[in-house]
Design a protein around this ligand. Structure first.
Ligand SMILES: [Zn+2]
Length: 301
């Protein structure tokens, strides 16, 4: 057979088509609940997986109401990554869709629990046997806890897509280094704020505050998405006045009004933090943490 014959070319074309289809079919569908976790999974997955986010930027996991379209998307997933604790709607969606995907919960990962217990002994509850049983679920706002989660997230990807396991592992290793460097950078940048009174909008920030030495006074909205009671607001106001805070924070995803009321009553300034990101300039997890650090530096210094 002459090389370059019509028949030969067709064979090569058919073969490459088959290969392309095979590769496309092999890319796993990964669904992630909230943006910061989505972005980290995306950084580990690279081009080897299709990673989709459920919660649109600007929405809060505390007030999210899924649609039938979300159910349909989830039915075809191979891997579902949820935070746990504050996105239980995703577990309900998985059940409603009949999806047979593997479900990974960030706060259930061994690395995350160990990192919390090691880094924040005063913020975790343990049972009589020493096992970590209770903690705040906003664990992604600490870069070192996420550095501990990344290798396990890579393993979850490799389990559903063994062919790309080595690439997931390599990207995860690079990301761990990046998150550790990010922590060093934030610690140096935020050092001048040590001991500064910090009044965030909801209870997303205990790890961030503890890690970077902010003095967390009180949250403005104890049940995110629900207006605080007058009695709670009086208590919060007294704590804010007693702390000497000159600024308090609203958040991009939640109704701003309670923070405006408190700021006016207390005679303090109002700034805005973003625990979730996904907006321009806060797409990447690393950008999101830097963005918040910059807001804190500007408003608390
Ligand atoms: Zn929250």
């Amino acid at each position: 057979m002459r090389i370059g014959s019509r028949k030969g070319r067709w064979r090569i074309l058919a073969l490459s088509l088959l290969l392309a289809l095979g590769c496309a079919a092999a890319r796993p569908n990964v669904i992630v609940s909230i943006h910061p976790l989505f972005d980290l999974v995306r950084q580990i997955a690279g081009d080897d997986a299709d990673v989709v986010r459920v919660l649109a930027p600007g929405a809060s996991p505390h007030t999210f109401d899924p649609t039938p379209r979300d159910v349909a998307r989830i039915a075809s997933a191979d891997l579902i990554v949820m935070n746990g604790g504050l996105d239980l709607w995703l577990r309900n969606l998985v059940e409603a869709s009949g999806a047979r995907a593997v479900v990974v919960e960030l706060i259930a990962l061994t690395g995350v629990r160990d990192a919390l217990a090691g880094g924040f002994p005063n913020l975790v509850a343990r049972d009589a046997g020493g096992a970590v049983v209770g903690f705040n679920a906003h664990v992604w706002l600490d870069p070192l806890v996420m550095a501990a989660a990344v290798p396990e997230l890579a393993r979850a990807l490799a389990d559903v897509d063994p062919a790309a396991a080595e690439r997931y592992r390599a990207r995860a290793a690079a990301l761990v280094g990046d998150l550790e460097a990010l922590h060093d950078e934030l610690a140096a940048a935020l050092a001048p704020l040590a001991g500064a009174p910090f009044v965030p909008f909801h209870d997303a920030w205990p790890y961030f505050a503890a890690r970077y030495g902010l003095d967390l006074i009180v949250e403005i909205e104890p049940f995110p998405g629900r207006e605080p009671s007058p009695a709670y607001l009086r208590m919060a106001l007294a704590l804010i006045r007693g702390s000497g805070a000159r600024v308090i924070f609203s958040e991009a995803q939640l109704e701003r009004r309670p923070a405006e009321v408190v700021a006016a009553e207390a005679g303090v300034a109002l700034a805005e933090l973003d625990p979730l990101g996904g907006l321009p300039g806060r797409e990447r997890y690393q950008e999101l943490l830097r963005w918040n650090a910059a807001v804190l530096l500007e408003s608390l210094r």
